[in-house]
Design a protein around this ligand. Structure first.
Ligand SMILES: Nc1ncnc2c1ncn2[C@@H]1O[C@H](COP(=O)(O)OP(=O)(O)OP(=O)(O)O)[C@@H](O)[C@H]1O
Ligand SMILES: [Mg+2]
Length: 372
């Protein structure tokens, strides 16, 4: 087992900066997620850790060992890094049985036959593949193939697992099942794991911590609760959570309201204190609140018109059964509310909505940086 450390890592492809000054410390045994939109540099980061790509600048450590540093001329090849990788395409050997596919990395390393047999059977048991050991890959379902690919990765007991969207080829239901299995397996093995995905639900449900990346730049590293409750900026706030956080242009008034022009909301005293300290009273900011923190007033305890409640027009309702995503409008301002399924809202009618101001976020207008 080992920690993985990136210090000031850059990767350029000609003009393109794929990774920009990345600093990341993955702890021993941790399940770290690299999360971000397509093209943000997730795979490139993983490939540099694996040794399939050399950084342009910076240092990478696996355990205490420096494995890449172009300035010192250090570059340890992949086979000497003691890592195992699982990719989106499982790339099993089609002519080999499940048993031989899993055994393959051990055979390459000339592990004694008895030891190979013991470890293949142990891994197969763990992954529920015991009954399938004599089958060929074409006789397996997608989920079974993916488990064989996982088996091949874990059989070696590497220091670090690197996984690049390993579940994205599976159908939605199987993905949910494999998500839980993979997480359980990682806990059981305790092997440091770096897992790439652009799916925020996968990230939230699986990760010990999540590293959110945008355009090659690390935005925030935190536990799922931290990135959800205390996003560092508007990018993280908008990327984590579904439907995404509402953002509204506001001015902070001297008397402690967020003023949207059409209406205003009273900020909590402790929030006003923070804004006063930052010299933001009287200034333009971005106000953020998640749909799940906006209620149908019918179901709200504390409701004060002009403070935390406003009458809004219901434009569209998306009924998800467990909840209703309601598209709301006050004058020219639109936002989403996630209402309880019992809500009696109707499209084209007005409804009183309540904002849970304890859950309000304020971001700097220019930089998008979170004040709280
Ligand atoms: N070999 C390469 N040559 C040139 N540009 C590259 C190369 N590999 C990646 N890039 C560029 O670097 C950036 C980051 O790519 P990367 O594959 O790391 O993104 P990603 O976050 O994994 O995206 P996705 O979610 O689509 O897989 C992109 O702009 C991509 O076009
Ligand atoms: Mg990728």
């Amino acid at each position: 087992m080992a920690e993985v450390v990136l210090r000031g890592v850059w990767k350029r492809f000609g003009e393109v900066v794929a990774v920009r000054d990345m600093n990341l410390h993955v702890k021993d045994g941790e399940f770290m997620i690299l999360l971000g939109p397509s093209g943000c540099g997730k795979t490139t980061t993983l490939r540099m850790i694996a040794g399939l790509e050399e950084p342009t600048k910076g240092q990478i450590y696996i355990g205490d060992k420096l494995v890449a540093d172009p300035e010192k001329g250090v570059f340890v090849p992949p086979r000497d890094r003691d890592i195992a990788m699982v990719f989106q395409s499982y790339a099993l050997y089609p002519h080999m049985t499940v048993y031989d596919n899993i055994a393959f990395p051990l055979k390459l390393r000339k592990v004694p036959k008895q030891e190979i047999d013991r470890r293949v059977r142990e891994v197969a048991e763990m992954l529920g593949l015991t009954e399938l050991l004599n089958r060929k890959p074409r006789e397996l379902s997608g989920g079974q193939k993916q488990r064989v690919a996982l088996g091949r990765a874990i059989v070696r007991k590497p220091k670090v697992f690197l996984m690049d969207e390993p579940l994205s080829n599976l159908d939605a239901k199987l993905r949910v099942k494999m998500r839980a299995e993979l997480k359980k397996l990682q806990r059981q093995l305790g092997v440091t794991t770096i897992y790439v995905t652009h799916d925020q639900v996968e990230a939230m449900t699986m990760g010990d911590r999540i590293a959110v990346i945008n355009q090659g730049v690390l935005q925030q590293v935190g536990t799922p609760d931290e990135v959800y409750d205390r996003p560092a900026n508007t990018f993280v706030a908008g990327f984590i959570g579904s439907p995404p956080m509402n953002f509204m242009d506001a001015t902070i008034t001297e008397d402690g309201f967020a003023d949207f022009g059409e209406f205003r909301l009273k900020l909590l005293p402790e929030h006003v204190e923070v804004l006063r300290d930052k010299n933001l009273l009287g200034r333009d900011v971005i106000f953020g609140i998640r749909p799940e923190d906006i209620y149908d007033a019918m179901f709200a305890q504390v409701k004060v018109p002009g403070e935390n409640m406003v009458r809004a027009m219901v434009e569209i309702i998306e009924n998800l059964g467990s909840e209703k995503i309601v598209h709301l409008r006050v004058g020219g301002i639109t936002f989403l509310g996630s209402f309880r399924s019992e809500s009696k809202v109707r499209e084209g009618q007005e409804v009183d909505v309540v904002f849970d101001m304890r859950k309000a976020h304020i971001f700097e207008r220019k930089s998008g940086k979170a004040i709280f």
